[in-house]
Structure formats: structure tokens, C-alpha cells
Design a protein around this ligand. Structure first.
Ligand code: GLY
Length: 470
């Protein structure tokens, strides 16, 4: 077997899913060098060398890579922060390690304002109406306030408020969800304006989906569509989170999408890609430069935002289903030979368990938190027994979870996810939920309605209503 040394820059279960995909290689003897936010138990067990870099500082990652330079053939990066901070530019420039992620220049999520302007230039027909409010561009607070109020009048308060700087979806406020009065909008707006420019855009009515495509700099290869659950609580209530879970259907599209929606999404992202790529190949665009949040409206798909990295949890729906060897896929991207990626025709459901502080849960359900054993070790043994029974149909990926001596503890973010895989969404969900319920300790909680029949049917009905009004 050919040996391959891979540097993985890790944050969360997304990286554990990558590690798992690499370790399943049948053709390569994979040696992993993992730079992690904490001692993720899954990664520690599978790494040739594992280092903890809590802030994922790019210079520290570089020093780790330098120590193992002779053993590393290429790198891959999951989280956005090091991508935005130019990890690829550094590793390639100083150590000549090829890295799968976009260069700093193409880390489109570094600025939501620049992104909206790019969409306006290239695909204006799917860009919501927006205005950017930047304190530096106004003579006085009053002048900004006047413009803002006029814009809110024009949009009749039905707006989404988005800070320019990335906040993993958490700085975003939406009319009807996060505020229902003009005062509420202003409060959210000014809380964000302290940190930089803020976009105020029209709120779109529809159902969301996540588009991801692998890229070798020459071509885009779209992956099946997934649905993320951003809000903390059931029935899509509570604050935005990084994503409480997600699902993928058996084929490429989601139950509430049409084949035309899917075709349109691919056309739109391809236009964006060609605009950025220019002629021929632009190897600065490697990995997943386009993870696009679309919203399906009465007029078809519109674009909410783009991230230049894999989605978490969305990529976790896909990685366990790759038919091609993930190491080969990485080499195809690096060499500019990516023509196709085979994904099994299976449904998958990812459900996260999260700690009591996450999503403001402890404020809403203080008595449930008091009853739990907050902060104690997490017992994964029963879930791992189930995993043995289900084989490839269940995966358990620790995320914000730390190995201390021989026990694991949840930290402050999404702790661990279980992936269920089946011939239908229902079957995949049942497996995922069984795994989730078998994880004990730490007062961890989860959303019980991820991929539920009721939730999916609501999305289908919503789209039927919207399309009926077309
Ligand atoms: N699922 C949301 C994100 O990856 O940003």
C-alpha cells in the first residue's frame, strides 16, 4: 500500500468525519497529522501526531507542519478561521505543502459585504435587495439612523440583519424569528454595528437548503443537497446555532426541491465559479470554495450566503457515503483531475448533542439543566456498542469534546453527533436518534425534530403554497 501523510486542520465533528473518511481508505496507508482545537478523542486515537492549538493560529499550525514536513504530502482544512487567515498561503509559500482549501483571497466568507457585492455583479437576479451601513461612511449617527429608518420603511421591517464579519450564522437576525418590532431590529442592528459594517437586506420567504461542491480549480463537482437545522430549539425556535443537525435524501435533491431548482442552483454557482476562476484553471480555488445557503422562494432559488469551506454538519451527511476513496478525491483536486465524485444513493441524518449552555438552553429550561449532571464525563460506551451492531449505517463523531486521561468531557460547543444512514430519511433518522439517545452524561440535549416527517412535510407544504402563488 502506498503511504500518504496528511495534515488535517480540525475543528468539530466535520474534521472527525474527514479523519474517518481518510482512515477508510483501502488503497493508502494513511498517516494523519492533526492540528486540533482540543484533544478530540476520535482524532487523538487515529493520529500519528496530534497537537492542540486552541485558537487555531496559523503560525502555530505552520510550526507543527514544519516539524513533520518530511512526512506530510498534503493538508486539508475544515474550519473557516485559518482559511480566512491565509493558512494555505502560508503552508504552500513557506513549506511547499499543497493544501486543500481556498487561498486567503478566495475566502469569500471573510466579508459578507464583499460577498453581497460579488453576487450583485455576477448573479444579481438571485441576490436579495440589500444596503450596507458603515459608520465610517456617515457624517453623524443621526445621518446613518435616518437612512436606516428609511430603508426599514421601504422594506416594511421585513429584513435580515447581517454583520460583515463572520459569526458562523450567529450574528444574523431575521424579522419574525429574532425580532418582531422596529425597536428589536434597531437593537440587533446597533449591537452589531459596534463591530463593523452591517447589511440590512430584504427577508426572503421560503425553505433553505445547503449546496456544496468540490473544486479542483478547473471544475466544480456538486455534492448532493442537504438541509441544515440552524435554530436551537424544536419547530425552528430560539437563537441561531452552528447547526443542530441535517439531512440528505437518497438522491441529489431534498423532498421539497424540484429537479429544476437543483439545475438552477448548479447554473448559478457555476457562473460564480467561472467569474472567479477566469479562463482555464485557477488552483487557488481548491476544496469547497462554494458552500452556498440557498433559499427556495416563489421565484425559485435565491442566495443567502456563501462559505468557502465544508458545512458543519452538512459535509458529515456526505463523507460517509463517498464511493470513491477520499484520498484519491483529494489527489484529483490537487492535480486538477476532478471529473466526478460517486456518492451512495442513501439517506443520511446527522443529529448533534450539545451542552446545556448551548443555544441559550439553560436560560429557557433551567430546571432540566439542574436535573442533569452538568460537567460530568460523557459515556459513549453504549453508543459505541450500537455502532458495532449497525456497522457502516451509524457513525459517531465527537466534536467539542475533550479526552482527559481516559474520560471524555463536553466543552462549550456542539459536543458530539451521530450519523444514521439508511434507504430512507426515516430509517436514517431512526438510527441517528437511537445513537444520540445512547450517549449519556453532561446533561447533553438535542433537537428531537431533525428530519422528522412533520418537519419535512411542513417544508413540502410551504413550497407548494409558495409555488401556487407564482
Ligand atoms: N451549518 C452551518 C455552517 O456550517 O456554517
Amino acid at each position: 500500500m502506498e503511504r500518504v501523510g496528511i495534515l488535517v486542520v480540525s475543528y468539530g465533528a466535520r474534521a472527525a468525519a474527514m479523519v474517518d473518511a481518510f482512515k477508510r481508505s483501502l488503497e493508502y496507508e494513511v498517516e494523519l497529522y492533526i492540528a486540533d482545537r482540543q484533544r478530540n478523542p476520535f482524532n487523538v486515537e487515529r493520529a500519528a501526531e496530534h497537537v492542540v492549538i486552541p485558537d487555531l493560529d496559523v503560525e502555530k499550525i505552520l510550526r507543527f507542519a514544519e516539524r513533520h514536513r518530511d512526512r506530510i504530502d498534503f493538508g486539508i482544512v475544515g474550519p473557516e478561521k485559518p482559511i480566512i487567515n491565509g493558512i494555505r498561503d502560508l503552508l504552500e509559500g513557506r513549506l511547499k505543502i499543497p493544501v486543500i482549501c481556498p487561498t486567503k483571497r478566495y475566502a469569500l466568507e471573510g466579508s459578507k459585504v464583499a460577498q453581497r457585492r460579488l453576487f450583485q455583479e455576477v448573479i444579481p437576479e438571485v441576490n436579495p435587495r440589500f444596503k450596507v451601513f458603515d459608520r465610517a461612511e456617515y457624517k453623524s449617527d443621526e445621518a446613518l439612523r435616518r437612512d436606516l429608518e428609511a430603508w426599514l420603511d421601504e422594506l416594511e421591517n421585513r429584513v435580515a440583519v447581517k454583520p460583515d464579519a463572520p459569526a458562523a450564522g450567529k450574528g444574523v437576525g431575521v424579522w419574525g424569528d429574532h425580532f418582531t418590532t422596529r425597536e428589536g431590529i434597531l437593537k440587533h442592528f446597533y449591537a452589531n454595528l459596534k463591530y463593523g459594517p452591517v447589511i440590512v437586506e430584504e427577508k426572503l420567504e421560503g425553505e433553505e437548503s445547503s449546496f456544496q461542491a468540490l473544486c479542483d480549480g478547473r471544475r466544480l463537482v456538486p455534492l448532493p443537497e442537504t438541509r441544515d437545522y440552524k435554530r436551537a430549539f424544536e419547530d425552528d425556535r430560539g437563537p441561531n446555532t452552528g447547526g443542530m443537525g441535517s439531512y440528505k435524501d437518497v438522491d441529489d435533491i431534498l423532498p421539497y426541491m424540484t429537479p429544476e431548482d437543483w439545475e438552477e442552483e448548479r447554473r448559478l454557482v457555476e457562473r460564480l465559479f467561472r467569474h472567479l476562476r477566469g479562463e482555464g484553471r485557477n488552483p487557488e480555488l481548491l476544496g469547497i470554495p462554494f458552500y452556498v445557503a440557498f433559499i427556495h422562494t416563489a421565484e425559485g432559488p435565491k442566495i443567502l450566503e456563501n462559505n468557502s469551506r465544508p458545512g458543519d454538519p452538512e459535509i458529515i451527511n456526505i463523507l460517509p457515503l463517498l464511493r470513491d476513496d477520499f484520498v484519491d478525491i483529494c489527489y484529483w483536486m490537487l492535480e486538477g483531475n476532478l471529473t466526478r465524485v460517486e456518492v451512495e444513493h442513501k439517506a443520511s441524518v446527522v443529529i448533534y448533542k450539545v451542552p446545556p449552555n448551548y443555544g441559550g438552553f439553560e436560560k429557557v429550561y433551567p430546571e432540566r439543566v439542574r436535573r442533569g449532571e452538568v460537567g460530568g464525563p460523557i459515556d459513549l460506551s453504549e453508543a459505541y456498542r450500537l455502532r458495532e451492531r449497525y456497522g457502516d449505517r451509524m457513525r459517531i463523531y465527537p466534536a467539542s469534546m475533550e479526552l482527559r486521561d481516559s474520560e471524555v468531557y463536553a466543552l462549550r460547543s456542539r459536543a458530539v453527533c451521530v450519523v444514521g444512514i439508511g434507504d430512507s430519511i426515516e430509517e436514517a433518522r431512526r438510527i441517528s436518534l437511537e445513537g444520540v439517545k445512547a450517549i449519556r452524561g453532561g446533561a447533553l440535549w438535542h433537537r428531537g425534530d431533525i428530519a422528522s416527517r412533520e418537519h419535512i412535510e411542513r417544508s413540502i407544504r410551504h413550497m407548494e403554497e409558495l409555488r401556487g402563488h407564482r
